[in-house]
Design a protein around this ligand. Structure first.
Ligand code: BG6
Ligand code: MG
Length: 220
């Protein structure tokens, strides 16, 4: 059976979503805005530039292009100080063994992330070589919820969109997967990821055999 597995990075493979939140919270304070965890859900999966635009919109603030670039650069520098301290311990429970099991069965595996830091982070935690292809914020122009990142990944894996399964922790990412015509699996809360085909708390709860029987082609 043909099956392509596409994994988001932040909040799915590594526990970095909390670092993005902390760094954006600090950036938001600079324009007098308090970023809550609830609003932060709207930033998950969203590109760096789009995220800052959203924050400025919520704050009702306008900044010069120079200030915008400075804020984005500072946010990333802050974020990278957290990343520097990461180890393989920050790989989320069950995801690495899930990917290894899928690969042993011959299924191709892709990364589909909005992050420009994705290759560096994967190398940092030692799992860069697990992926057959890496599609990240450096290789796509349209940000999630646009399906581009996932359709490019599917093409690279040479698997039809309807045979692809996307693992995502964000609303924008689930929407992108659905827009791509792929099966969307949410990691997180059912109350937040309401558009996902299925939602699990973490990978330790997901059986590969379940995924194998659930691709969108078998459902139609
Ligand atoms: C996504 C994160 O994976 O990547 C977002 O969920 C982040 O929070 C986006 O803004 C862009 O990442 P980066 O590392 O290029 O700023
Ligand atoms: Mg994510």
């Amino acid at each position: 059976k043909n099956l392509g597995l596409i994994f988001d990075l932040d909040g799915v493979i590594v526990d970095t979503a909390k670092f993005h939140f902390l760094a954006w919270k600090k950036a938001a304070e600079e324009v007098g805005f308090e970023l809550t965890e609830e609003l932060n859900e709207k930033l998950k999966g969203v590109s760096r530039v789009d995220s800052l635009n959203k924050i400025l919109g919520w704050a009702g603030a306008t900044v010069s292009p120079e200030k915008f670039d400075e804020m984005a650069a500072n946010k990333n520098a802050d974020y990278l100080t957290y990343v520097d301290k990461m180890t393989s311990e920050d790989i989320l429970p069950g995801v690495e063994s899930f990917i290894r099991e899928a690969k042993a069965k011959g299924y191709p595996v892709a990364l589909g992330s909005a992050s420009k830091n994705a290759p560096g982070i994967l190398k940092h935690v030692g799992i860069y070589d697990l992926f057959d292809t890496i599609v990240d914020g450096n290789s796509v122009t349209k940000a999630k919820p646009d399906p581009e990142v996932f359709t490019v990944a599917a093409k690279a894996l040479n698997v039809a969109a309807t045979d692809c399964v996307v693992f995502e922790d964000s609303e924008a990412g689930i929407e992108a997967a659905n827009n791509a015509g792929m099966l969307s699996i949410g990691l997180g809360s059912k109350d937040i990821l309401t558009e996902a085909a299925y939602v699990f708390g973490e990978f330790t709860e997901i059986e590969l055999s379940f995924i194998e029987t659930q691709t969108t082609t078998t459902n139609t």
